[in-house]
Design a protein around this ligand. Structure first.
Ligand SMILES: Nc1nc2c(ncn2[C@@H]2O[C@H](COP(=O)(O)OP(=O)(O)O)[C@@H](O)[C@H]2O)c(=O)[nH]1
Ligand SMILES: [Mg+2]
Length: 291
């Protein structure tokens, strides 16, 4: 298949034309997630450039330590496909990660200002409020954007593995991975981390940016290949009977269960710290009474 064929396939893709019809979905939502500053917004601009023919800033790029995006935005790619710039993961703090799953599961509406919730109850309230206008017509595809400039420690790799596993459990799809800054060294090592995790689709790009967007054939082709493979995967999954409403209920169960388990873990941690403090005080009291 030539890049031109892939472009036509992507541009004309419609869920309505799947063998069993659209089954209640009306668009493919490519959900980009990952750490802050790894190139999610730049990747959206690059995809729009490849399909639209001219470079424009659609999603705002920020420097790695810059201000956080407070609104979870979608960007239309074609009539049937949109990309979502989810808020970058700043830390592995549980409620932030929990909120990322709520975003990935499309349980919090798009184009809405995000106040970062403080705890489990806040997340529940958020989700319940959003459930008044539930959206279950999006076919979600999770895509991790990861910069090869990141040298990950063993524990960071373990966190990443959990993140990918949870994203798969939540959406039913093993995440696609797009490696950014590909010419900055470290590509082979980072790629092998994801291969070892069993990721099937790994792409590598040097994103187009405001400062550098002269057309590069390899970049254009890799992005077309990415979009093509995502939509081929959707087409294949649409060959079996699906129930979008049930899928949304399952995502909701996942996130509530996740938040509950994390809250219990934190509670155990707090009790443990309290016990240790009490034991320390008791030892000090004994020492004082002997002296
Ligand atoms: N050279 C280069 N710069 C990139 C690449 N991807 C992103 N950037 C730059 O890295 C910074 C952070 O990217 P951004 O897209 O805002 O990251 P986000 O927080 O994940 O949305 C911006 O200055 C981008 O222009 C890439 O593949 N190559
Ligand atoms: Mg961004």
């Amino acid at each position: 298949m030539t890049p031109e064929d892939m472009k036509v396939f992507v541009e004309t893709f419609s869920l309505n034309r799947c063998r069993l019809g659209n089954q209640g979905y009306n668009r493919v939502l490519i959900q980009l997630f990952g750490y802050l500053g790894h190139g999610k917004s730049a990747f959206i601009n690059s995809c729009k450039y490849v399909l639209g023919g001219e470079f424009r800033i659609h999603a705002e790029e920020r420097n790695a330590n810059g201000a956080l995006s407070l609104v979870r935005r979608s960007y239309r790619l074609t009539d049937g496909v949109a990309l979502v710039d989810n808020r970058g993961l700043p830390t592995a703090d549980w409620n932030e990660v929990g909120l990322i799953y709520a975003h990935l599961g499309n349980l919090i509406s798009l184009e809405q200002r995000i106040e970062w919730p403080g705890n489990y109850n806040d997340i529940m309230t958020w989700i319940m409020n959003n459930d008044l206008i539930p959206n279950y017509t999006d076919f979600i595809v999770p895509v991790l954007i990861y910069s090869v400039t990141m040298t990950a420690s063993e524990s960071e790799i373990a966190t990443l593995r959990t993140l990918l596993e949870n994203a798969e459990q939540l959406t039913g799809i093993k995440p696609f991975v797009v490696l950014t800054h590909k010419s900055r060294g470290g590509l082979t090592e980072v790629r092998s981390i994801f291969e070892d995790m069993g990721i099937n689709y790994i792409f590598q790009v040097e994103n187009y940016t405001q400062g550098n967007h002269s057309r590069v054939r390899a970049t254009h082709e890799e992005i077309l290949k990415f979009l093509y493979e995502v939509l081929k995967d959707v087409e294949c999954r649409m060959e079996t009977r699906r129930n979008p409403l049930q899928e949304r209920i399952d995502r909701m169960k996942f996130i509530l269960d996740f938040a509950h388990k994390k809250e219990m873990e934190m509670e155990r941690g707090r009790n443990h710290a309290l016990q240790q403090a009490q034991q320390r005080r008791a030892r000090e009291d004994r020492r004082c009474s002997i002296m």
